[in-house]
Each structure stands twice: as structure tokens, then as C-alpha cells.
Write a protein that binds this ligand. Sequence first.
Ligand SMILES: Nc1nc2c(ncn2[C@@H]2O[C@H](COP(=O)(O)OP(=O)(O)OP(=O)(O)O)[C@@H](O)[C@H]2O)c(=O)[nH]1
Ligand SMILES: [Mg+2]
Length: 321
Amino acid sequence: MFRNIPPVLNAKQLLDQSIRRTKKIVIHDRDKRYEIKKIIIARAETFITEVTSSLESYVKNFPSIDKLPLFYQEIIDIKVDTDKLKKSLGAIDWARKTVAMVYSTQGGSLIKSGNVDFLKQKQKEIYGRVSSIVKQVDKNLVFLAGAQKILRTFPDIEDVPTVVIAGYPNVGKSSLIRKLSSAKPEIAQYPFTTKQIYVGHMEKKVRYEKKKYQIIDTPGLLDRPLDERNKIEQQAIAALRHLADLIVFIYDPSGTSGYQMDEQTLMLQNIKKVFNDVPFLIVENKVDVKNTGSTNLKISCTTGEGIETLRQEILSILEQM
Ligand SMILES: Nc1nc2c(ncn2[C@@H]2O[C@H](COP(=O)(O)OP(=O)(O)OP(=O)(O)O)[C@@H](O)[C@H]2O)c(=O)[nH]1
Ligand SMILES: [Mg+2]
């Protein structure tokens, strides 16, 4: 979704690139003075065009934030800062217009004059003026380039029935999504291994049609109020809020995650209150280590126990969406 934005150069890179392109212009004329004049005009015009068209492409090709699906809008706000992004785009657009004005106000004197010294002086002035405008928005260009790098890491979300896996850190969410889909998020024995949203796909053949579903791995959540959640946890909340047609809540009763069952239960109760219009499926993982004997569905991502039952349960709920 965000992979087609052209790379954003900083002020120095953009100016250097534009100047390099003007150097390629060669014009021959028997009248040497006329030749110099033509070269100066062509180079100045190319310089301005290069700068303005690059600046224009940065703004134009950037997705219009307010028109994006709400999930992306929230993730951009969490990971990039929407206000700063909009200000940067505005500043870059201002620079484009101001650079274009330089030529429309000063280019005329190049065309009128036949004096080589005057032409060279005027060319220097135009380059200087354009450089100083572009340098004024350097921090905005740098910010936009950084934002673009972050946006490129965002997963492609499709508009199909979606299950979101949630739970405390280290309970086996990523292990489960690896079992159920093609997504391969990292698994490790420490909390907050997963730092962003991962998307996998599941399929079910219904008669002659293959139905496609999404399964989303989220960073671990702790039991705390929303305004105390860090940016990693906030992404999990954004996925639950905007994408979940079904929430699979994973418990780890084994104690190996480092979190107690009562902490995990408190968090489940809290997110159930917040997302009260979404169905929940409660699952206990790591049954190979501990079986509580409760009525919850029990699975083990290590031995595979219960995984197929869970898959069928998820698919039969999503199928009805
Ligand atoms: N014994 C056992 N260990 C498991 C099982 N499932 C996962 N683990 C282990 O638990 C640890 C955490 O697994 P992850 O899948 O990374 O857990 P997570 O919930 O994604 O963790 P965060 O991304 O940090 O929130 C890893 O060491 C896994 O190998 C299981 O069913 N049985
Ligand atoms: Mg994980």
C-alpha cells in the first residue's frame, strides 16, 4: 500500500541531483555569446523544473491521510505523528510554489539580456534563491523520508473477515499465527518480541470457492489504562479496534511467560468491555506444560495439540461474517 511512494531526498541531495541534470545540457551555436545565453536559460529552466517536479511528486504521491482506512490513520498517528506529517507536506508544497515563482519573476530578465556577465550573475541569483528555499524545508524533507521508511513497513490489510490474536506478552501469539498461516513473525522467550502488526492469511474452500481470511498477530498487552500504553501496545489496540471481526485471546497458564493468570484475566475483562461488540474466543496455550482442566479450548504450539480444532473454530465463526 505504501511501497510506491518515490524516495524523498533531503535538501542537499535534491539540489545536487538537480544541478547534475542541468550539466548534461549542451547547446551549440555559431554565435558564442548566443550559445552561452541559450545554455544559461536552458540550465536555469531545467534546474527549476527538476526541483519543482521532485517536490511535487513527494506531496502528490503521498497517500492522502484523511482518506486512508481508519486503521492506517491511527497507526500513522502512533508511529509517525500525523500533525507533523501534514505540516511537512504543507511546507514542501509551499517550497514548490515558491521555487516556481522565482523563475516566473526572474526568468524574464534572462531572456531579455544579451550581456554574458549579467546573465551569469542572474543565474547565480536564481540558483541561490532556489537553494535557500529548498534548504528552509530540509527538516520537513528529512521528516517525510523518515515517515516514508516507517510507512513502508506497514502490512497490507485487506477488506476480508479478520481474526486478531491478543494476549499478554510471551504467551505464544506469534507461535500460533505461524501455525495457522503463512506469516512468520519472530518467536522468542522474552516479552515484547513482536513490536508491530503482522498479517497472515487463512483459506477455506467452500464448495468451489476459496474464501480468504486474515489473521493478525499483535504485540503483547499489559493490563493498564489506554493512556499509559506505550506505542508498541497502542498498535495492538488499533488492530483490535479497526480490524477485528473475531478476537482470539490467548492465555498462558504455564507460568513460563512470567505473567500470572489473574493479571491475564483482568486484562481480558478490560478489553472485553472495550470491544464488547466483537466475539471473543478464549484459548489456553502451552497445554504441554500445564493443563488447568478448565472448559476453555486448549492448545500447544509446541506439540500441535488442539491447533486444528482451533483453526476450524476460527474459520466457522469468520465464515458467518
Ligand atoms: N512449552 C511451550 N512453549 C511455547 C508454546 N507456545 C509458545 N511457546 C514459547 O513461548 C515463548 C513466547 O512465544 P511467542 O510466540 O514469541 O509469544 P508472543 O505472545 O508472540 O510474545 P510477544 O511477541 O513478546 O508478545 C517462546 O519461547 C515460545 O517458544 C507452547 O505451546 N508450549
Ligand atoms: Mg509475538
